[in-house]
Design a protein around this ligand. Structure first.
Ligand code: SAM
Length: 456
């Protein structure tokens, strides 16, 4: 790979005897990986792929998965480069925590956090860029999250609304991306010797806001996909100096991860507690991860949480749908109608009217004139809700994602909306009338599926 000359000389100086191996790694193969979603069933195709486990993630595997495969579309797998999995593992939230993913699109780390929150607590996942937030929304929907609010805000706007609110904040910072050069060689074109320092300015701004939102005892996880000391150890050295209430927590390094390098910053010996991932030392791309605990106090503005906002008619239509579906265990969500759309918000979400919200919880469905039509998102969240199901096979699934009406081999015992499952995995709603399944796969997602183009 053609690397910028100044990049080569910078890392020759920094890495010394390790530099030849480091630079040679840019011509090595790109490592592929995927995570399974522990909250969804494992299909036979997944079992066949889960042969080479990533040693530091109980849900990570080496290998490639197809974005058009049923398992990906239904949120049972997520394609992620293996080094990036360390971030979700080191960030690993406890169930019932309030978690913020501040720089979240397209959602690699967010879906990892969701895997461990297991539908509990609250995840506020934020993406500043309005063009990138849609992909984040799609991935959260695939994961069937019932505990997530997606915002499209600046870190400053969030900090104003939610000071001292979170148990755990992940800042997967926008960075110079040197660790991804092998995956995306075009990125080398944006690199200049000044680029890391420019990125560092933005990272300091983001961190300045992030720290305002942590609860006492809370954790801040900072990660980049760059080797640049300006954005890694120097950023953490700056944070520790500026906010002495923070302490780096030691990260256990395995599978070739190495300590952070104090000598690349101000010599603070605790910087060894951070982790560096180099592609010449492990099976993955370049990353830096640091985990900090906050011992200080944050002024907390007590905030009211969100409240139910449904008209009696809307409430009745929703209740009728649940009753017809035989659902008795519907999770404790706050219900709100936005236009004709029904949303379910996690009860811990504060009222934040000044925040730009992209999706206020899960979109549960649409109010039609005299009935309620359940959404695709609700079907994908059905691991947590006892909705009635009908099993379909792969040939029927291919018709389903193409938008066709199809036939069951046996009439269903009851007509109505059913979650269709394929290999046990919920894939969307269909309306069953006898042996006919009317198609409710979202129009915008339909495609011509074949056994070949959808093989996992
Ligand atoms: C490394 S990417 C995040 C990747 C994501 N966490 C994942 O795992 O899929 C960094 C993100 O930060 C966003 N970003 C850029 N400038 C920002 C800013 N000033 N504040 C917050 N986020 C920013 C970018 O749009 C980008 O989506």
């Amino acid at each position: 790979m053609q690397l910028p000359a100044e990049f080569i000389s910078k890392y020759k100086k920094l890495l010394g005897a390790d530099a030849p191996a480091f630079l040679a790694a840019f011509d090595g193969p790109v490592e592929k990986g995927f995570r399974i979603n522990p909250n969804k069933p494992v299909t036979p195709a997944m079992t066949a792929k889960m042969t080479s486990a990533v040693p530091y993630s109980p849900i990570g595997y080496y290998g490639r998965v197809n974005g058009n495969a049923m398992e990906h579309l239904a949120g049972a797998v997520y394609s992620q480069e293996p080094s990036a999995m360390t971030v979700g593992e080191f960030a690993r939230p406890e169930q019932h925590e309030r978690v913020l993913d501040l720089c979240a699109a397209p959602g690699g780390k967010t879906t990892h956090l969701l895997s461990y929150l297991k539908q509990t607590g609250l995840l506020v996942t934020n993406e500043i860029n309005p063009k990138r937030v849609t992909a984040l929304g799609d991935n959260v929907e695939r994961y069937g999250a019932l505990n997530t609010v997606i915002t499209n805000a600046t870190p400053a706007a969030l900090a104003k609304e939610l000071p001292g609110f979170f148990d755990r904040i992940l800042v997967d910072a926008p960075c110079s991306g040197e660790g991804m050069f092998r995956k995306d060689p075009a990125a080398t074109q944006y690199w200049t010797p000044d680029y890391p320092a420019e990125c560092a300015t933005r990272q300091r701004e983001i961190l300045t806001e992030a720290v305002k939102m942590l609860k006492p005892g809370g954790h801040l996880i900072y990660s980049t996909c760059t080797f640049a000391p300006e954005e890694d150890e120097q950023m953490m050295a700056w944070l520790l100096k500026t906010y002495p209430e923070f302490e780096l927590e030691p990260l256990t390094k395995t599978a070739g991860m190495v300590d952070g390098k104090p000598e690349w910053a101000d010599g603070n010996p605790t910087l060894t507690r951070a982790a560096r991932l180099f592609p010449h030392l492990m099976r993955g791309e370049g990353h830096f991860i640091a985990k900090l605990v906050f011992h200080g106090e944050t002024p907390v503005k007590p905030k009211r949480t969100v409240r139910n906002e449904l008209t009696p008619t809307e409430r009745q239509l929703w209740q009728d749908f649940l009753q017809k579906s035989g659902v008795t265990n519907f999770p404790d969500l706050v219900l709100q109608a936005h236009g004709d759309q029904l949303y379910g918000l996690p009860a811990a979400m504060p009222l934040t009217r000044k925040l730009k919200v992209f999706r206020a919880g899960i979109q549960l469905g649409t109010f039609k004139k005299k009935r309620f039509e359940p959404s695709y998102a609700l079907a994908l969240a059905s691991d947590a809700i006892d909705l009635p199901t009908v099993a379909i096979d792969h040939a029927q699934w291919q018709k389903y994602v193409h938008g066709e009406t199809f036939q069951l081999t046996q009439a269903a015992t009851k007509n109505g909306f059913r979650v269709l499952t394929c290999d046990g995995l919920p894939v969307g709603f269909g309306k069953v009338v006898g042996t006919t399944v009317k198609n409710f796969f979202p129009k915008g997602l339909r495609f011509l599926a074949t056994a070949e183009n959808t093989a996992l």
